[in-house]
Write a protein that binds this ligand. Structure first.
Ligand code: PAF
Length: 281
């Protein structure tokens, strides 16, 4: 595994490795790696010949400076984790390397970005699109791997690759959970003991809510999920939306779409956790 910090080094190394037309798999991350990330890296290694992982905490996607400040950073621990799987190159650039000049591009993802995360984190997806398009341009991957936990991010990245006519294949990867069901997230390490103990209620409630579909109305399931989680003193639902899995627009009934997903954001103190469940596919 080689660690490179500049685009020049990265492209030199990759061009040597891909001289014989081998497929490059790319896993963009912001570090603080956990088994969810490692499962993406493993999938990349299964489907591609060369695996590149980027570790870059992208300032343009944080709409809250406190969140950016406290985002966990520990490169050596991340490298140790990556050394347990097949990873050929780690790209860990400085901010100036990714943004030698300010990126003023404004993407337009229409209705995809006005709901859920887009509504509560204005500018977030524009920042994600900026950095991911830059990283794609630097790495030039054949396939890029993203976790389904960030359900809306995946839709945005797909829309971005379409808009920019990029040839990279965006591969969705299953959510990886802790034994108690909590979706793995770098933010889980920031939870207090009490918050960590109670946070699995989010996934449990989502899974249980599947039993009420389709007999209970969409509105009824929404209310049940929100009320159940909000009874917990450590948890506070920011939103729970039941949406069409392709357009991300809220549905009113279970027949409205062939693909229906429930997406949730919950505050545990100041820590924001997201998760989702597929009701219909
Ligand atoms: O999902 C993340 O960790 C980030 O949003 C990503 C895709 C690495 C872009 O910074």
């Amino acid at each position: 595994m080689q660690v490179v910090n500049t685009v020049k080094q990265l492209q030199k190394q990759i061009s040597v490795a891909t001289a014989s037309k081998r497929k490059v798999g790319f896993v963009p991350t912001m570090g603080a790696l956990h088994n969810g990330h490692l499962s993406l890296v493993k999938q990349a290694a299964d489907e591609c010949d060369i695996v590149v992982v980027s570790i870059f905490v992208n300032p343009t996607q944080f709409n809250n400076s406190k969140d950016l400040e406290r985002y966990p950073r520990d490169l050596q621990t991340d490298l140790d984790a990556l050394s347990t799987v097949k990873c050929d190159f780690v790209f860990a650039p400085a901010v100036d390397e990714v943004y030698p000049e300010e990126d003023n591009r404004q993407f337009n993802f229409g209705a995809l970005e006005t709901v859920m995360e887009g509504q509560y984190r204005p500018g977030h997806f524009n920042g994600v699109a900026q950095v991911v398009s830059r990283l794609f341009d630097m790495v030039k991957p054949d396939k890029a791997f993203f976790g389904l936990k960030d359900f809306q991010q995946l839709a945005i990245i797909r829309a971005m690759t379409k808009q920019l006519e990029l040839s990279v294949e965006v591969v969705p990867c299953a959510i990886v959970r802790e034994e108690d069901g909590l979706a793995m997230s770098s933010r889980n390490t920031l939870l207090s003991q009490a918050q960590r103990k109670n946070a699995p209620l989010i996934a449990r409630t989502l899974f249980e809510s599947c039993n009420f579909v389709p007999d209970t109305s969409v509105e009824g399931v929404k209310k049940q999920v929100i009320d159940t989680i909000n009874t917990d003193t450590e948890l506070d639902v920011e939103y729970f939306e039941i949406v069409d899995g392709y357009t991300l627009q809220p549905v009113d009934n279970w027949n409205e779409s062939e693909y229906i997903v429930g997406c949730i954001a919950v505050f545990a103190g100041e820590i924001r956790l997201i998760d989702n469940v597929t009701y219909k596919l």
